[in-house]
Design a protein around this ligand. Structure first.
Ligand code: ATP
Length: 326
């Protein structure tokens, strides 16, 4: 078997199995998983399943528990409670069988070796290895194969890490902030390469702070907040859940915030000088009511929430709920 060649294309894959097909065994299943570090609950009550062919983004603010969840998945940390299974096996068994490739933030690369030597070693160690030349070509590092690993730029180093994660026929690829340090074109090339892996039916789980990447690449988005899973759905579902529309307009004269606060379907309201910014889960009904109040909005704009605003809206709401529960 050869490594997949890099290819372009941005079409998202369907998540559900073909009609009539037996549901595939979950690639990953977390059941009621918890992990604390002293008083810090890094992951709590985490239950989820990933399926073959899914590309899943793991989002969350700093300290939300993303890296801990990935470490638990890879068997690098043990849960205090609950179970983690990969293909029905323990993480250690699945990794030993060569079913999982990972690209993590932590861990240095061996320094005094060339790129080719390092990737060659990873291929040799993989139970279902690909030819080293194919792996380097797919990761876009053939031209730097004779360079010493400690002489690489940050973006080149990331590509080498990616090659190490794809040295053999894995069924799951786990990436922790894979495009950190890459410029825009390197990032695009990276995701094109990644898509080729997904098109082979592999599952990909990646943690990221780049919400536009999650929006463009993932067919499912998981949002962690203070160790808990607070959203799980397509990017479109998460945007819809956060309040579907943003409405912006200007008003003449003194703006009465209290009066605007009585509008129906409000999810958020911000008044700055003459400018009113509303988040509404029914923009038509909200605007109908604005006119009903006898107001004359100027410069009216109605648009959908981006994933970034949706992410902020859901994590802010979760923070407020946590504070209320204290
Ligand atoms: N080894 C550790 N010892 C003590 N606390 C830890 C340890 N590892 C993680 N934590 C804490 O657990 C919480 C979750 O950390 P984690 O690194 O999983 O978050 P993250 O979502 O990956 O964050 P970031 O986006 O900043 O990388 C944080 O409060 C962190 O300080």
């Amino acid at each position: 078997m050869t490594a997949p060649a890099a290819q372009t294309g941005t079409g998202k894959r369907p998540v559900s199995p073909a009609d009539g097909a037996a549901p595939a065994e979950p690639v990953v299943s977390f059941t009621d998983v918890a992990k604390s570090f002293g008083p810090v609950r890094a992951v709590s009550d985490l239950s989820l399943s990933l399926h073959p062919g899914e590309t899943v983004a793991l989002l969350g603010p700093n300290g939300a528990g993303k890296s801990t969840a990935l470490d638990l998945l890879l068997g690098l940390k043990n849960p205090d409670h609950g179970t983690v299974r990969l293909f029905g096996q323990t993480p250690t068994q699945a990794i030993a069988a060569g079913r999982v490739g990972a690209m993590l933030q932590s861990g240095g690369l061996m320094e005094e070796v060339t790129v080719r030597e390092l990737v060659g070693l990873a291929c040799d160690l993989h139970p279902r290895r690909y030819p080293v030349a194919d792996v380097m070509a797919a990761a876009g590092i053939t031209d730097i194969r004779d360079r010493k690993v400690n002489k690489l730029s940050g973006g080149q180093e990331q590509r080498v890490r990616f090659a190490l994660a794809t040295a053999g026929a894995n069924d799951l690829i786990v990436l922790d902030e894979p495009t950190t340090g890459m410029d825009v074109s390197a990032r695009q090339a990276f995701w094109a390469t990644m898509r080729a892996q997904v098109d082979e039916g592999k599952a990909v789980l990646f943690a990221t702070h780049y919400l536009e990447e999650a929006d463009a690449i993932a067919d499912r988005v998981l949002v962690l907040h203070q160790g808990r899973l607070i959203a799980d759905g397509t990017a479109a579902e998460i945007k819809a859940r956060a309040g579907a529309r943003r409405i912006t307009f200007d008003l003449d004269g003194t703006v009465d915030s209290d009066l605007l606060g009585t509008l129906p379907h409000l999810v958020g309201l911000d008044v700055t000088g003459p400018t009113v910014r509303i988040r509404s889960d029914d923009a038509d009904a909200t605007m109908h009511a604005v006119y009903g109040l006898g107001l004359y909005p100027r410069n009216l704009e109605v648009s959908g929430l981006g994933l970034e605003q949706a992410f902020l809206a859901i994590t802010d709401a979760a923070t407020a709920e946590e504070a209320g529960n204290r």
